[in-house]
Structures are given as structure tokens and as C-alpha cells.
Design a protein around this ligand. Structure first.
Ligand SMILES: Cc1cc2nc3c(=O)[nH]c(=O)nc-3n(C[C@H](O)[C@H](O)[C@H](O)COP(=O)(O)OP(=O)(O)OC[C@H]3O[C@@H](n4cnc5c(N)ncnc54)[C@H](O)[C@@H]3O)c2cc1C
Length: 360
């Protein structure tokens, strides 16, 4: 039987958090809330997925228009977590847009109606519409499905500002973590001559280089996105046609969402940009221009559930990772559970996300 930490607020040895993308930042916010001491090591977001992401939480997704896994539980925690981080950092991180889904075929109308008329969908959808704020700007679909209760969180600014917050309090070690420098002791772990009560790895896809957790079934998926400026755009709501258009401010929008499983590096590619421009030109009938081209690698996982928990042998090594394509909604709920239930009280990590579901 492994020991659980049962960390007390203000306890003497800090935790060491490795990685300060979305997962590490959200985790730290719950440590702060519970007065648990910590330090962070981060190598300045080398290929961090968080900088390429739109930060959307979409309650009804996919070709089948189905509710996202656990959305009822995830949304309230996300609202309160990002409101807390907005207050802490003094910036407004959250925006509550509607999402308009273009419906081009009669079969999709039937599917939308059949799926969204089920119990529990009434909070998230409205009857199909003929018009949307995008009418006139895009090739007209047959109908628009309107999705409510979405959120958009500026997670890229959030991690940059949180980095500054950590630096100003001497809580950040700004360098690459060296796994071989970890010394496991009986009642703590030592890293670079400092004792910590435990290490929690939040390295995103770079967990592939972690000698203790790299056998977990990560399936990294590269994604690219364009930041574009669209003439005549006058809405803050989101369009989901074949591709996403998510307004960031005024006429500036994020557009992306591709999944590339076989990739050479983390960099933006000319081939993807060309393909995406073709899609945008086919969709928009108003001028637009490219402002920025982004790329990142998602820490996706076989089975699409987060990877959370204690190493099977080394009690003081933990992982909080595997946020995949939906980190914005998943991270707050699971960070609260991990910190307040597991690390503080010793309650087992929920089976759905516990790494002990895999033999590694
Ligand atoms: C194009 C794109 C669009 C997306 N859109 C959305 C969206 O709309 N909504 C949504 O919810 N999700 C979206 N995602 C997914 C989302 O980005 C991820 O779920 C989330 O950002 C993962 O966060 P993370 O902290 O686990 O990983 P990362 O953001 O990759 O952060 C890992 C951090 O660890 C650091 N690190 C790693 N190894 C080391 C080391 N050895 N030493 C020091 N530091 C280290 C890195 O520098 C980095 O800062 C998108 C992803 C992509 C690529």
C-alpha cells in the first residue's frame, strides 16, 4: 500500500511543480487557495500547447451534437477557477460567447433535432435558427444551431501573467527540469539541493521525455491555428462551420482546430497554412488578413481522459497531465479533486482519470 501525502496547509516542505502550462497553472491556483507551499520549474513554454489554443469550452460537440463528458460538473468549477485567476492576476480572462454551428445538410438537421431534444440539453441549446451574426459574412448554411453556456478563456495570457506572478514572488525556477538530478529520499525528494515533499509533473506532451511516466499511453496531436483579422466582423460570438472562427477582440479571430498525429516538430508549417487558407477562402465572403500563425502539441491520451495520480512505486512522484483537446474545461475540476481530495485528505484519485487504470 502506497503512502498518501495528506499535505497540511502551510506545511514545511514545498511541492515542486514541473511545467507551467494550463495544467500546472490551474493546479498552482488550487495550491494557493489552500495555502500549500510550492515552487515551479518551467522552461518558458517551449512548444506549449496552451499558447496555440483558443481556450474554448464547448458544452455540445462533435458530429453527433452530444454533451461533453461531465460538462455539468466541469463548467461551475471552470467558472470559479478562472474568475479566481482573473482576480489574482488583475486581468479579465473570461468571455461567455454563444456558439453558432452551421448546418449544411437536411440529415444534419434531423441529427441536431434528435440529439438536442433529449433530456438535459435544454440548458445548452436553442431551436435551429435561420440567421446568425455571421449571416452575410459566410457561405450560407441551411440553418444555425445555437449553443449556450460556452466559455472562452484567454489561457495564453493567463500562463504568461501567472509566470510573472511567480517570478515576482521567487517561486519560479526558469530552466529545463533535469530528471536525473532528482534524489528520492525516504520522507521527501531532493532536487538541486532543495528538499520537497513531492514532485508533480505537468509537462504536457513533453512527458514523453519523463523517465517515470513516459510509458503512459500519450498520443500527442499537433494542432495549428491562424490569428486573422476579418473585415466587417461585428460579433464576439463563435462560428463552428467546418472550421472554428473564435473572436478574440474586435475583428481579430482565432481559427484552427486540426489534428496532426504524425509530425516532425512543433513548428507552424506552410502546408497547413495553405490548406487552412483554402478553407477560410471557401467559407468567408468578406476580406480577411493573417496576423499570426501558431502551432502546439496537445497532450492527448488513449481513451481521452486525463492522467492523474501517484507513481506506482515512487510515492513522492505524481503526474497531473493528459488534458488532451479539452484542458480548459478539464483542468479546474480535476485540479480541485487532486489537491483538495487526494493530496490533502488522502482520498483515492477518481478511477476515471487515475493513472492506475494502465499497467506501466
Ligand atoms: C491548436 C490547438 C487548439 C486548442 N484549442 C483548445 C480549446 O479551444 N479548448 C481547450 O480546452 N483546449 C484546447 N487545446 C488543448 C489545450 O491546449 C491543452 O489541453 C492544454 O493547453 C494542455 O496544457 P498543459 O499544461 O498540459 O501542456 P502545455 O501547454 O504544453 O504546457 C506544458 C508546460 O511544461 C513545460 N515543460 C515541459 N517539460 C519541461 C521540462 N523538462 N522542464 C521545464 N518545463 C517543462 C513547458 O515549457 C510548458 O510550459 C488546443 C490545443 C492546440 C494545439
Amino acid at each position: 500500500m502506497k503512502n498518501s501525502l495528506k499535505i497540511k496547509p502551510g506545511s514545511d516542505k514545498p511541492l515542486l511543480i514541473v511545467g507551467q502550462g494550463l495544467a500546472g497553472t490551474v493546479l498552482c491556483s488550487y495550491l494557493l487557495k489552500n495555502n500549500i507551499r510550492f515552487k515551479v520549474v518551467d522552461n518558458n513554454h517551449y512548444a506549449a500547447a496552451t499558447h496555440a489554443a483558443a481556450g474554448l469550452i464547448n458544452p455540445v460537440t462533435g458530429r453527433g451534437y452530444v454533451k461533453s463528458w461531465m460538462i455539468e460538473e466541469l463548467l461551475p468549477e471552470a467558472r470559479s477557477c478562472y474568475a479566481g485567476l482573473s482576480e489574482l492576476l488583475g486581468i479579465d480572462l473570461i468571455h461567455y460567447p454563444c456558439i453558432y454551428r452551421s448546418i449544411h445538410l437536411p440529415a444534419q438537421i434531423n441529427k441536431w433535432n434528435a440529439s438536442t431534444s433529449r433530456d438535459g440539453y435544454e440548458t445548452y441549446v436553442e431551436a435551429l435558427k435561420s440567421q446568425s451574426p455571421y449571416s452575410g459574412l459566410i457561405k450560407a448554411p441551411l440553418k444555425f444551431g445555437l449553443i449556450r453556456q460556452a466559455m472562452q478563456v484567454n489561457i495564453s495570457d493567463m500562463i504568461s501573467q501567472f509566470r510573472t506572478y511567480l517570478e515576482s514572488r521567487q517561486l519560479l525556477i526558469s530552466e529545463a527540469f533535469e530528471h536525473e538530478a532528482v534524489k528520492i529520499k525516504e520522507i521527501c525528494v531532493n532536487y538541486m539541493d532543495q528538499d520537497y515533499s513531492a514532485i508533480i509533473f505537468c509537462e504536457g506532451w513533453q512527458a514523453l521525455h519523463n523517465p517515470w511516466f513516459n510509458d503512459l499511453p500519450f498520443q500527442p496531436a499537433k494542432g495549428e491555428a491562424l490569428v486573422i483579422e476579418i473585415d466587417n466582423l461585428e460579433t464576439a460570438d463563435i462560428l463552428r462551420d467546418e472550421i472554428f472562427i473564435a473572436p478574440l477582440k474586435e475583428k481579430i479571430c482565432w481559427s484552427g482546430g486540426s489534428y496532426i498525429w504524425d509530425f516532425e516538430d512543433h513548428l507552424p508549417t506552410e502546408q497547413w497554412k495553405k490548406e487552412w487558407l483554402d478553407k477560410l477562402q471557401g467559407l468567408l465572403n468578406t476580406p480577411f488578413k493573417i496576423i499570426k500563425h501558431l502551432a502546439g502539441i496537445r497532450p492527448s491520451v488513449k481513451g481521452r481522459r486525463p492522467l492523474i495520480g501517484q507513481h506506482p512505486v515512487l510515492d513522492r512522484l505524481y503526474i497531473f497531465n493528459g488534458m488532451g483537446t479539452k484542458g480548459t474545461s478539464l483542468a479546474p475540476f480535476w485540479a480541485r479533486h487532486f489537491v483538495e481530495d487526494h493530496l490533502m485528505k488522502g482520498t483515492p484519485v477518481d478511477d476515471a482519470v487515475n493513472i492506475n487504470r494502465f499497467n506501466f
